[in-house]
Design a protein around this ligand. Structure first.
Ligand SMILES: *Cc1c(COP(=O)(O)O)cnc(C)c1O
Length: 209
């Protein structure tokens, strides 16, 4: 009965619930029309023509698609023989042109993950760097059972240049309603909110989520 009204642009109730669930201030959270929109907005917020994003071969398709649409270059690092992301090679490839590194963990479509050691080595080199955003895309994180897998929520609380992107599409089966979540330092979410569309998460989605 309320569908003639615009949605709550700040997603107040949902952000409040998520902030309790993950023990972070609400300023650490932002929502998207699916995590696809979050990826798109991050690229348009933090890259400008001449900049590039860094990811691997066979990484989630949205990164190169959104980058291309924004006239942003893409560096793709070769996978290891077992189809896992080669974080050492990724680290070697980081240059002053790169604004965002996308690490899908686990990755779709390969179904592989990056282990905790590889992540922490990478963060020791680039954590808190001023001009490189490290984005962990964790759409399938809830399905992982491996003992050496570490979700990146705590890294996003610790490093000001780490963003974690989650989705309600997979584990909660809400793909049609489009709800993506980002947890990142307020310096990141602040600029994200300036660029996103005001009513990007619809009312039914907010209630369902
Ligand atoms: C499904 C998926 C997404 C996109 O999810 P939505 O929230 O539905 O947009 C993003 N990244 C990965 C790795 C995915 O598998």
């Amino acid at each position: 009965g309320q569908m003639h009204r615009y949605p709550d642009a700040s997603c107040y109730e949902l952000i409040k619930k998520l902030s309790l669930k993950w023990s972070v201030p609400p300023e650490y959270l932002a929502l998207g029309n699916g995590s696809n929109e979050i990826i798109d907005v991050l690229i348009r917020t933090f890259c400008e023509p001449g900049d590039k994003i860094l990811t691997s071969e066979a990484a989630f398709i949205c990164y190169p698609l959104c980058a291309q649409a924004a006239r942003i270059g893409v560096t793709k690092v070769a996978l290891r023989q077992d189809y896992t992301m080669d974080m050492k090679k990724m680290a070697e490839k980081v240059s002053s042109e790169h604004r965002i590194v996308f690490i899908p963990n686990p990755n779709n479509p390969t179904g592989t993950y990056v282990n905790k050691n590889d992540i922490e080595d990478f963060l020791r080199k680039f954590g808190d760097s001023d001009d490189l955003l490290i984005c962990f895309d964790e759409a399938y994180t809830e399905f992982v059972r491996a003992g050496d897998y570490e979700p990146a929520l705590n890294y996003a609380k610790k490093y000001k240049n780490v963003a974690v992107v989650r989705t309600m599409s997979k584990i909660y089966g809400l793909a049609a309603l489009r709800v993506g979540i980002m947890l990142a330092h307020p310096d990141i979410t602040k600029y994200f909110h300036k660029v996103r569309n005001p009513f990007n998460v619809n009312s039914l989605a907010q209630v369902a989520a």
